[in-house]
Structures are given as C-alpha cells and as structure tokens.
Design a protein around this ligand. Structure first.
Ligand SMILES: Cc1cc2nc3c(=O)[nH]c(=O)nc-3n(C[C@H](O)[C@H](O)[C@H](O)COP(=O)(O)OP(=O)(O)OC[C@H]3O[C@@H](n4cnc5c(N)ncnc54)[C@H](O)[C@@H]3O)c2cc1C
Length: 479
C-alpha cells in the first residue's frame, strides 16, 4: 500500500512547488509529483518558469542587453571597450547553469521543508487518489485528503507554421539557438515574442515580428504601448501589425512565410522562425474520466476565486486555470490554496497582479489602464512623468520612457500604475503595494522617495495627478 498524504500536488512549477512547500510549512504531510525530464535525462523541478520560461529568457535578455551596452552605449559614458563580440554558446551555457542551479535548488527546498518528491506522471484518479506512472510505466496509487493540480501550460501551435526542429521553433526552441540567425521571423508581438525578438535583435539578427492584430500591446496603457512601439522600432525590431500568417514552407535551410496584410498577400524568407502565439493549459489526461472536475473546451480547469474545482478537496492553480499566465500569479494561488487546505482563511487580489515585459526599456503595469477605466465608465485623473526629466535616468543613460498613474477622479484612489523605463519591473512593486493597500495618488505624492532614483518618476507622476509635479512644467488642468 502506497503512502497516504494530507496533500498531493501534481506539477512542480512555480504554482505547484510553492503550494507544496507552503502546505508542508503548515504542518501537512505533502507530496509533489513531477514528470519533467531535464537535459541530463532526470526529473527536474521548476516547471516552465525555471526550465524554459522566465529564468532562461531573462538570462539571455540580460546578457544580450549588456552586449548592446558594451558595443553601443559605453562610448557615451567615455568607456572605450574596443572590439566587443558575443560568444553565443557561452551565453547559452551560462543560461543552462543558472537553470540547473535553480531547479536543483527546488529539490533542496523540498527536502528542507519535508515535501516528498514523487517522480512520474500524476493523474487524479478520484477525489482522494492520485495515480503516478513512473518512467518505466509502473503505476502506483497514492491516497490524499486534498489534491492540487498545477499542471501548467504548453505553447500553442498553429497550422500555417508547423514546428520543424531547429528551424521553425516555439519559445523553448528559441532559447536554444547556438548561433545568431541572420534573418529571424517572430510570429506574435506578445510578451514572449517581443522578449525573444529583442534577444536576437540585440545580437545582430534582422528581426521581423508578424502580428495579426492591428493594435500593438492592447492590454497595455495606450501611451505606454505607443512609446514602447516607438522605442523597439528604433532598436531595429520590424513589427508588422495586421499581418496574418497564412502559411509557411521550409526550403532547405530557410523558411518562407506567407502572410496577408492591408496590401494583400506577402512573403518573407527567414533563417529561423519563432512561433509565439500564446500558451494553452496542459491538462489532457491529468484528470481521469468520471472524477467530475469540470474543464472548458480549451482545457482550462474551472475554479472559483479560491481555486476550488467542481469536486470538493480538489484544487487547481496557475496556468491551467483562468487568469494571467504568470509565474507569480501561480505562486500566489499556490500559497492561498495551501493555506485554505490547512484550515486558514485566504484570498487573492486578482486586481493587483503586476505584469512585466523584459525588453529594454522594461514595460511594467498593474491595475487599470486609462482605456479600461473609460470603458468601465470611471472618470479618471492621470499623472505622467517622463524619465527624460529624471536626474537618475540621465546619470544612468536611460532617459527613455515614462511613469503614468491613473487615479479615480472622484476618490483619488490609485487604479493603475504604468511604466516604461529602465528597471520598470522593479519599480512596479510600489504600484502593486499602492493598489493592495487602496492608497490614493496623494498618499504616493506625500511619500518620501530616495534621491536620486528611477522611482522618483512614480512620485512625480503621483504629484502630477493634481498638476503639482516639481521637476517638469505641469499641464494646465481643465477647470
Ligand atoms: C519564454 C517564457 C518566458 C516567460 N517569462 C515569464 C516572466 O518573465 N514572468 C512570469 O511571471 N511568467 C513568465 N512566463 C510564464 C510562466 O513560465 C508560467 O506562467 C508559469 O511557469 C506557470 O506556472 P505553473 O506552475 O502554473 O505551470 P508550469 O510552470 O508550466 O509547471 C507545470 C509543471 O507541471 C508538470 N506536470 C504537468 N502535468 C503533469 C502530470 N500529469 N504529472 C506530473 N507533472 C506534471 C510539468 O512538467 C511542469 O513541470 C514565461 C513563459 C515562457 C514560455
């Protein structure tokens, strides 16, 4: 008879491993099942985020950004770096080392917290049973009082561009190029497409991004999206909007992509093509027929605000349920669910989940955009401050971008914070805290910010909500 647990978590991505560690910390006997086989042929923890997502992409973004700085920007600072070149294989080896350290670290955290790591493919066999099939095909059934499904997501493939190893790839393949492609096509101008396109653009690829929508980053504040589009174009990313890919053909070492835009049918030839058109939940086969856990037609598991499925005692979190596909959203859900299972009251504020695009400069936002507020019939006041007027931004040689604060015109409550600028991903935490604590723009304006910092732009934007920014001329408010 296999072990019985208080909680079994299926999946050790940032949703699952965090849920498992928290549950163990709450005194629950916890196991976490994982099937991901790493580069060394062994099961690894960390899911998409650590293996092929957040971390490896950021390792490449950081390295390629430093390369651009050394090659093009150091001169502005008076530094003569000589002939700067990039060793792509070494950059990739560094990325792999970071991934190995972090994924190994999760196993260490499991041991330290007393989580039992089970290797194999887990399936919810009943409301109280998880069946795990190991690499040799041997199935074992474990009993559990509660089950958390954290099975994550996988890239979406589209019929016009079937993947072909090394040539037409998804985001995972794009993290493995061993040399810089001369002509790179990216399908999809979403967060992942723009980040991966930026990496290779910085290293010298001619990058064309084909996006079917005619609206650039529709989920981002309009002014921030416009500025971002301008800055990425200046860096050399050729972003073609309203370009719907209709087909592709691999010809030897090249791929010819057909697309339709306002001028009719077009064709472009690339040395590599990255397909980044979104991700879909990875739930096929994770729940046995007849258990009664409801999913929708796209495979998302139905959950309530506290991640309870339609079957009592079975929870689902992260990319396999509704909401943004983000590692920190998955982790927060993991903590919430573990606390609920341990008998505590817990909830999550889905209105205060930050988003970051790790291009340069970074784009980060939380809460409502001006367009969201207008659509909801909320009258808003907006304060904006450009980094061009920030002393620290000048010292950093990073004067591009702005911070914008959207506040309720009647109550002054902060509804959204939107930043495009160096370190925007770090700065956005203050917007999250403002939303979490229900602060007003005046609260931020009355807060003392360290000088000189990039964050002062957020302070100035808060002051600008009432037309009181200090370090720029304020626009006259309409009476
Ligand atoms: C290129 C890229 C860059 C990204 N960058 C960011 C970023 O900067 N910031 C951010 O917040 N998000 C980013 N994301 C998204 C982020 O990686 C995901 O939102 C996050 O990993 C979701 O966590 P999760 O735990 O729900 O699922 P996953 O991380 O997908 O983990 C699910 C785990 O479950 C395992 N599993 C599935 N089914 C079973 C089964 N039956 N039995 C056992 N194990 C199973 C899988 O093997 C996997 O390890 C990025 C994604 C990509 C692809």
């Amino acid at each position: 008879m296999a072990d019985k647990f208080d909680v079994i978590v299926i999946g050790a991505g940032p949703g699952g491993y965090v849920a498992a560690i928290r549950a163990a910390q709450m005194g629950l006997k916890t196991a976490c099942v994982e099937k991901w086989i790493g580069k060394e042929g062994k099961v690894v923890h960390g899911g998409t985020c650590l293996n092929v997502g957040c971390i490896p992409s950021k390792a490449l973004l950081e390295a390629s950004h430093k390369f651009v700085e050394a090659k093009h920007d150091f001169d502005d600072l008076g530094i003569q770096a000589g002939d700067v070149s990039m060793d792509v294989k070494k950059m990739m080896a560094r990325k792999d080392k970071i991934v190995k350290n972090l994924t190994g670290g999760i196993s260490g955290l499991f041991k330290a917290n007393g989580v039992t790591a089970i290797e194999g493919t887990g399936k919810v066999a009943s409301a109280k049973q998880v069946e795990v099939t190991d690499q040799d095909g041997k199935a074992t059934t474990y009993e559990a009082d509660s089950i958390v499904v954290a099975a994550g997501s996988v890239p979406v493939e589209i019929p016009p561009t079937p993947l072909q190893e090394g040539l037409v790839v998804d985001s995972t393949g794009a993290l493995e190029f061993q040399e810089t492609p001369k002509r790179l096509g990216v399908i999809g101008a979403g967060i992942i497409g723009l980040e991966l396109g930026s990496v290779w653009n910085r290293l010298g690829s001619e990058v064309t991004v084909l996006e079917a929508m005619d609206n650039f980053l529709p989920m981002v504040d309009g002014a921030v999206a416009k500025e971002t589009q301008k800055l990425l174009k200046k860096q050399g990313l050729d972003i073609k909007l309203n370009a719907r890919v209709t087909g592709s053909e691999v010809k030897g070492e090249e791929v010819v992509v057909k697309y339709a835009d306002a001028d009719g049918d077009q064709e472009m030839t690339f040395d590599k093509l990255i397909v980044c058109v979104g991700r879909k939940p990875y739930t096929k086969g994770v729940i046995a027929d007849g258990v009664g856990v409801d999913t929708d037609e796209r495979g998302f598991i139905h959950v309530d605000d506290q991640c309870r499925t339609s079957v009592p005692g079975v929870y689902a979190i992260g990319d396999c349920v509704r909401g943004p596909m983000l590692a920190h959203k998955a982790s927060e859900e993991g903590i919430m669910v573990a606390d609920i299972i341990a008998g505590h009251k817990a909830e999550m504020n889905y209105d205060a989940i930050p988003n970051v695009i790790y291009t340069f400069p970074e784009v980060a936002w939380v809460g409502m955009t001006e367009q969201d507020a207008k659509a909801a019939g909320i009258e808003v006041k907006v304060g904006a401050f450009p980094f061009a007027a920030s002393g620290r931004a000048m010292a950093n040689n990073a004067t591009e971008g702005m911070a914008r604060i959207i506040a309720d015109a009647e109550t002054d409550r902060v509804l959204g914070v939107h930043i495009v600028g160096q370190h925007a991903g770090e700065m956005i935490a203050q917007g999250v805290i403002a939303l979490e604590f229900g602060s007003s723009a005046e609260d931020l304006a009355l807060t003392c910010y360290a000088h000189p910092t990039m964050s002062e732009a957020v302070h100035e934007a808060a002051l600008a909500v009432e037309g009181h920014a200090i370090h720029m001329a304020n626009r006259k408010k309409k009476k």
